[in-house]
Every structure is written in C-alpha cells, then in structure tokens.
Design a binder for this molecule. Structure first.
Ligand code: GBH
Length: 484
C-alpha cells in the first residue's frame, strides 16, 4: 500500500522508490551517482494513471447497477481466456480510498477513470439510479481531497444490456441515449470534474465487438451494418460533446480518447514522413478523421461502395463538433509505410516475424510511436491540446520470493516511450498530459486476468496491492517532471 516495500531492499531501489536518488547517491559520492542532466517536460505537464470501470470496480450487482454487455459476454463459453469476468475484479468499488492513496503516493496530479453507464441508468435511459451516482460523488471527492484532478471517461465499453437488447450500436437511438446520459453526468459531476472524455476507443469496441466478435457483444456483422455501427458511435461522440457543454459549467473541457492507428515511415525522409501522415489520416478515416474533419475520406467511401454508411450533412456537423482537446491511446505502431506513386501516396511494409513485442503479441514495441502519433495529430488537425490518454504494457511479472515485483520490461518500455514523448513536447507538439495504463492489474477484457497492465500488482485472492518497480520509476519521473 505504501512504497515502504522497497525500503527493505538495497539502497538503490530504496532511493528510487523514495524519489531520493540524487540525495542518497550524492552521499555515496560515486561518479555514476552524480546528478545527471534532466530532460524536462513542459511546466505544468499533467501526469496521471488510467483505469476503466468494468476492469476494476467489481460490485456488479450492488446498489442497483444494471447488467452491461460485458456481464453477458463473459458468461458465453470460450469468450474469455481464463473463463473469468468482472464480478469482483479489483473490488475498487469498495477499495477506492486505498486506490486513491496509491495515486497520492505516486505523486500523480491527475487520474483518468470511467463512469459505468449501467450504474447510473440501469436500463440505459429513463430513471437515474442515485446510488450509482453516489459512488462517483464519493470517488471524485476523495480524489480532490488527495490533490488528484479527476478526468472522467463517459463510455469505456460497458453498454447497458437493455440498450443492446434494442439493437445496441446498430441503433441510432443508442447515440442519443449516450448523449442524454452524458448530459446528466456533466450536470451532476461537472462542478468538480473539469475534463470529460466521450467514448474510449470507438475503433476497438466497434471492430472487435461488432466485427470480429471477440469483444462484447460478440457480433460479426457484414460490412454495411458494421459501417453503420461506426457511424452511430462517432455520432454519439459528437452528441455527447454537445450535451456535456450544454449541461456542464462553462470552461469545462471535453474531447475523445481514441485508439489512433499511427503509421510510421520505414526511413524518415521528408517524403516518407509526409506519406506516413497521409496514411494515418486514411487509416483512421471512420474514427479520428471524421471526428476532426467532418467528412469521410473519398478513399473510405470508395472502398465501402454500396456498403457505405447512411448519413446526413447534419450528422457530419454533429460528429465534428469542435473538441477542446484530442486524446489518443498509444501502444504500438499501427503500420510501417513509405511514399509511393499509388493514388493513396503510400504503401505498407510488412513486419518481419521477429519484430519484438511485449507480453501481449499485439503490443509491438515501437517507442517512436509516442513521438510520431502526437506529432501527426498536431500537423493533420491542429488541436489546441493533446492528451496521451493511455500508454503502458502488459508483463508476465510476478512477485518474487522477497514479495517485490521487478517488472523491468515495463520500466524499459516506459523509459523508451516517454523519451519519445519528451522529444515531441520539446519540439512544441502541444501534449498537455500523459495517463499511464494502468494504475492496477485488472480485468483485461477477453484475456481475463491473465494479462497484467498495472504498475501496482493486485493479488486477486486477497486484493492486496503491491507497487511494482515501475511504480517507483514512474513516481520519480512525476516528481522530477523529467527523465533522468
Ligand atoms: C486499451 O486498448 C483499452 O482502452 C484498455 O481498456 C485496455 O485494458 C488496454 O488498452 C490494454 O489492452 O485481440 O489480438 O485482436 C488498447 C488497444 C486494441 C489493444 C485491440 C488490444 C486487441 C488485439 N487494443 N487489441 S486482438
């Protein structure tokens, strides 16, 4: 629960954990221990961690929460790798005070969490459930008391089952239902929550939930219906932006938290850099691009042909309602490309099979993605502000015989990715903050509990929290606002 775990270890780790490396080291006097030049992040840069409701809260039947599509999906045989579900998860619903204390110990100034729609509206719409809201009241107050600024995501994939029963994202009504719920939240929490994210990773829940069938609700829709789902989800984003503004206090900020597919160039010549930017715009056509440009690209519509989504000019205006910031989740390179004479202007280069990845095979190791992705967003769409709403890695880390978790692969990952983020901010890319995914080991969707993304280990039998080495690493970065 505290970082004292590390103080029982040798001096080096103790000093790291306490953020006192410089002090402790100078007493030792060794050459290598001298303070090194800092590479600073901008003043006021916001450091935080991120989580989502279904992945950590548990308490799925408490205080009037209604079922979500993930409660249903987890019960389908073979869908979740370890046969688990989010019934208990990290029991954060009851242990949230302990978790806020962990954030405080990290020195993080912000926290990104999601609100469970089915807690507030068990049926998706209609009568609100005050007990559900009360939990987020308590959480927000606890955060503020700890000096941690709350950033709230409105939708992190836990659609009320009642709405899925009426067509889910295949129904245009779901977009309006999300907006109604968003307006309610902004009215109730907007006095204390200054930043809202509409939907987390539309791309992921649409492609995997309605296309590939491996996420809830487990559908494999044909192309035309899938395109319509994509359209309804981005429409929900635009309507939610408007609803949050209409019901929240003036000055409150709202934007998306989207899974950007960022193309990198194979060799960074000016021509290839430009081609990679074009590729990123095209690869995100039905998501970030339409949200920020208010039109589907010609190539997207041409490729869809008769299966193109049905939409009105007004839909496009709503979808592209101006946002206060662009939030991007950045994990892995989306593609490698180079310039070509093809009409698109780029050609994709396949990865060699030996290309390295982290514990999750999809998590290709590409630290420069955290330089190029925000830079491309800045060049393509000129947002006022950018947030890295998620970045982090899985690891097969386990407590050792001494009880400590030495997740050196995660520390390596974070150091290299953050070095690239530092490059972006130093060049003036307007990134205002970074949210590390994740504070805690948690329910990793179709991977269940077999994949751990936390900088704090959770023993799922006892709910004991143990900060890992990466927590000590992150604590020092936050304290210094710099990489050593
Ligand atoms: C984020 O998605 C989510 O927002 C978060 O909830 C999650 O816990 C975190 O990342 C870690 O995964 O099944 O092989 O087709 C990150 C982007 C896109 C990563 C879909 C996993 C599935 C790969 N995700 N991808 S696969």
């Amino acid at each position: 629960m505290t970082f004292s775990l590390y103080t029982r270890r040798g001096l080096t780790v103790a000093a790291l954990a306490l953020g006192g490396l410089t002090l402790a080291a100078s007493k030792q006097g060794g050459e290598m221990d001298q303070p090194r030049a800092k590479s600073d992040f901008p003043k006021g840069f916001r450091w935080g961690t991120a989580t989502s409701a279904y992945q950590i809260e548990g308490a799925v039947q408490e205080d009037g929460r209604g079922p979500s599509i993930w409660d249903t999906f987890c019960r389908l045989p073979g869908k979740i790798r370890d046969g688990s579900n989010g019934d208990v998860a990290d029991d954060h619903y009851h242990l949230y005070k302990e978790d806020v204390a962990l954030m405080k110990a990290l020195g993080a100034s912000t926290y990104r969490f999601s609100i469970a729609w089915p807690r507030l509206f068990p049926e998706g719409r209609g009568m609100p459930n005050p007990k559900g809201l009360a939990f987020y009241d308590r959480l927000v107050d606890e955060l503020l008391q700890a000096g941690v600024e709350p950033f709230a995501t409105l939708y992190h994939w836990d659609l009320p089952q009642a709405l899925q029963d009426r067509g889910g994202w295949e129904s245009r009504d779901t977009a309006q239902a999300l907006a109604d719920y968003a307006g309610y939240v902004a009215a109730k929490l907007g006095d204390r929550v200054g930043h809202f994210f509409t939907l987390n990773e539309i791309k992921t829940f649409v492609e995997l939930g309605y296309g590939a069938g491996v996420f809830a609700p487990g559908l494999t829709l044909p192309k035309g219906r899938l395109n319509q789902v994509r359209h309804h989800a981005v429409l929900a984003h635009g309507l939610a932006v408007q609803a949050v503004r209409a019901h929240g206090r003036p000055g409150l900020k709202v934007g998306m938290a989207e899974d950007i597919t960022a193309a990198l160039s194979d060799l960074d010549t000016l021509k290839n850099i430009r081609a990679a930017e074009l590729a990123t715009r095209e690869l995100n056509a039905p998501y970030l691009t339409v949200m920020l440009e208010g039109r589907y690209t010609d190539a997207y519509l041409a490729a869809a042909g008769a299966d193109a989504p049905r939409f009105t000019a007004n839909d496009l205006k709503v979808i592209s309602t101006p946002v206060d910031f662009v939030g991007i989740n950045v994990y892995a390179p989306g593609a490698y490309v180079r310039a070509s004479d093809a009409p698109s202007g780029f050609t994709t280069i396949p990865l060699p099979v030996s290309y390295p990845h982290m514990q999750s095979s999809w998590l290709k190791f590409g630290p420069s993605t955290l330089y190029w992705a925000p830079r491309q967003v800045a060049n393509l769409w000129k947002p006022k502000e950018i947030y890295i709403t998620e970045n982090g890695t899985s690891s097969a880390d386990r407590p050792g015989p001494d009880g400590a978790v030495y997740d050196l692969d995660r520390v390596m990952f974070l150091r290299e990715y953050l070095g690239n983020l530092r490059r972006a901010t130093s060049e003036g890319v307007p990134v205002r903050g970074y949210f590390l995914w994740s504070l805690l080991d948690n329910f990793e969707w179709n991977e269940g509990y077999s994949s751990r993304f936390g900088i704090v280990n959770v023993d799922y039998k006892t709910q004991k929290r143990t900060p890992k080495l990466s927590a000590a690493f992150y604590r020092k970065v936050v304290a210094d606002n710099a990489l050593a």
